[in-house]
Design a binder for this molecule. Structure first.
Ligand code: G3P
Ligand code: MG
Length: 250
């Protein structure tokens, strides 16, 4: 279980230090460690052969030199792609990491927010469903106290709560926290709420704090001014650029 007294505000490096490194690569995660992040955020999908791969988009087109849907490519095919040159040629040796590789690289150095992409959800709940694989891997790495799992697909979070009483779970939403969201927060015994910064209000922050939730808005463009969010008393920020963590903004 993740400890409750976290640094305030928590610096959560979105897709790693994505303002300075190609997103969701080991370089970006190591860059986040060097920049003093408390936690990294990353995105997990399933490959064709049902392996946990760290990539944001449903296709490899934008962030690699390949083309096609992630779920139509095997891990072997995915791991051959150049995942760095699109950002800067000096990162041409970067590859799409597996979740296991990332956990090995950061264990004991910072915490990990694993965002499971909703497209990977399978309603029939197979034994190797993405959320089950994530839990199995986190347990195998003995990292339950260093990991926070979030998703826009709250059914996956509910499944995780049924499987593990202690794993920290975060509700992702791009809509305001209404009664339904508060119900889900209680239902999954949540740890945190991760709203799009555009829906954040003081009332929302206060009402989630009343439930005991930590509020970690995502503001995923390094140019977004986060001073208003910090003034509302949010508990952390999911951001691309370390400068967004301070009162002096980029
Ligand atoms: O986890 C917060 C944030 O990453 C959600 O949006 O599209 O960047 O995964 P996205
Ligand atoms: Mg994400």
């Amino acid at each position: 279980m993740m400890k409750k007294d976290l640094p305030q505000p928590l610096f959560i490096a979105h897709r790693g230090l994505s303002a300075r490194y190609p997103e969701n690569t080991l370089a970006a995660f190591k860059g986040a460690i060097d920049a003093g992040a408390h936690m990294i955020e990353l995105d997990v999908c399933l490959s064709k052969d049902r392996q946990l791969v760290v990539i944001h988009d449903e296709t490899v087109d934008r962030t690699t030199d390949g083309t096609g849907a992630v779920k139509a490519l095997s891990l072997d095919q995915l791991s051959r792609l150049d995942a760095g040159s699109w950002f800067d040629p000096r990162f041409k040796t970067e590859r799409l990491p597996t979740l296991a590789q990332v956990l090995d690289a950061v264990k004991g150095r910072l915490m990990v927010n694993i965002e499971i992409k909703p497209e990977a959800f399978e309603a029939d709940g197979p034994a190797d469903a993405v959320e089950r694989q994530v839990l199995d891997l986190v347990r195998e790495k003995n990292m339950l106290d260093e990991v926070l799992v979030s998703s826009f697909e709250w059914l996956m979070l509910e499944n995780l709560r049924k499987l593990d009483p202690g794993i920290a779970l975060g509700l992702l939403s791009d809509v305001a926290a209404d009664e339904s969201l508060r119900h889900w927060y209680r239902r999954i015994k949540g740890f945190s709420w991760h709203p799009d910064f555009r829906v954040l209000t003081q009332q929302q922050v206060d009402s989630l704090h009343d439930l005991g939730a930590r509020v970690f808005p995502y503001a995923v463009d390094g140019k977004i001014d986060t001073r208003g969010m910090l003034a509302m008393g949010v508990d952390g920020l999911i951001v691309d650029d370390p400068r967004q963590m301070t009162a002096r903004q980029p």
